[in-house]
Design a protein around this ligand. Structure first.
Ligand code: 13P
Ligand code: SF4
Length: 355
């Protein structure tokens, strides 16, 4: 560790004053998140991005979050991602060309027809801006893990079917919690002809799930829940909805990062939790709540790390801020205007949903 970083970051921040706002996702490491003006889940941070007046938004998160901030920000605002390698493996599992091919195939098979109830594309926030724009242009919207149910209800009020991108687990968990049986969901594999699903099954399905997942959350297994039940009776299991359906079914509670934090905040002294989400957040919760008599452990004893979020280091943060002090904007994330226009439509539909 370079111990000069804290002082350099603080000095650059002071020089920039209110020109810059630092947004930090809950999965960021401690050495970075402690400088954030706002911390939150991706829903909360997108709202901050839509409301802040700062000239520069420095996003300590991953690429899709910075793109979203650029879409929701005003034309004179600029968004910076301190390390351009901070992507998201799940977002990379759906490319716009693949999504367009999928939609064309569904159209050809008559699955999107108004006559059969119509279909709405709904994308998780964890996707490229081009996919958000695709959804916006076709009457669809964006959701995060905090408002996925509201977004499903919004879409089902307008169409009989949903194409859900790119996280099959969030899509399956949300639809199942709404009472849709697994038999009415199919998984579209972009690497197979016609998604690897027969036209009959596509027509019968209510939800078509894109075959994407989070490599971090997919590591939590039902066996981990079984072990906690066996070894830690009385401990509550709380997991993120990017976890597999089998894990969510066994858990006591399922919700976004913000939901997980609030559930532990509200719990009584003496409560204990095994948490199925990224390890930096879990460790921070463990440290914060131990003095209050609440125990927090990770559901998987090896701890699941989001390696791309971890790429944002204090060194990157200092570098980006010091360049700003010198009047240089480095690592700007800028979404093309034509993409921005429709992505904003899809995001605004999400922001209008009450959660
Ligand atoms: P949240 O919306 O819960 O912050 O989740 C974002 C994310 O990337 C989780 O993997
Ligand atoms: Fe993407 Fe998973 Fe990391 Fe979230 S935890 S940013 S979904 S790779």
């Amino acid at each position: 560790p370079d111990h000069t970083m804290d002082a350099r970051i603080a000095a650059a921040r002071e020089k920039l004053g209110t020109d810059v706002v630092l947004l930090g996702h809950h999965y960021q490491r401690d050495e970075v998140i402690r400088f954030a003006d706002f911390t939150g889940d991706s829903y909360k941070l997108s709202k901050v991005a839509a409301e802040t007046d700062a000239k520069y938004m420095l996003f300590c998160g991953v690429h899709f979050m910075a793109e979203t901030a650029d879409v929701l920000g005003r034309p004179w605002q600029q968004v910076i991602l301190p390390d351009l390698n901070a992507g998201c493996s799940m977002a990379d599992m759906a490319e716009i060309g693949q999504v367009e091919d999928c939609w064309d195939s569904l159209e050809r098979a008559g699955v999107t027809d108004e006559a059969s109830g119509g279909m709405i594309p709904l994308t998780y926030m964890n996707s490229a801006a081009a996919i958000k724009a695709f959804c916006g242009e076709r009457g669809g919207l964006v959701c995060t893990s905090s408002n996925a149910r509201g977004a499903f209800e919004w879409a089902f009020a307008r169409a009989g079917k949903i194409l859900f991108l790119p996280d099959q687990h969030l899509g399956r968990n949300t639809a199942f919690a709404m009472g849709i049986p697994l038999t009415e969901m199919v998984v579209w594999d972009p690497y197979q002809i016609n998604g690897g699903v027969s036209p009959d099954r596509l027509k019968a399905a209510k939800v078509i799930l894109w075959k994407g997942h989070c490599s971090v959350h997919q590591r939590f297994l039902p066996e981990h829940v079984d072990r906690v039940r066996r070894e830690e009776p009385g401990m509550q299991v709380i997991v993120h909805p990017e976890c597999r359906w089998e894990v969510c079914q066994k858990a006591d509670d399922v919700g976004s990062t913000e939901h997980i934090i609030q559930a532990i905040e509200r719990a009584l002294e003496g409560s204990s939790f095994a948490v199925g989400t990224e390890i930096h957040l879990v460790n921070r919760l463990a440290k914060r709540f131990a003095p209050l008599g609440k125990r927090v452990i990770t559901l998987d004893d090896s701890g699941c790390l989001c390696t791309t979020m971890y790429r944002i280091s204090p060194q990157h943060l200092a570098w980006a801020l010091e360049n700003l002090v010198e009047g240089r904007v480095v690592n700007r994330i800028k979404v093309d205007d034509d993409v921005k226009q429709w992505a904003r439509v899809a995001l605004n539909r999400m922001l209008e949903i009450r959660i």
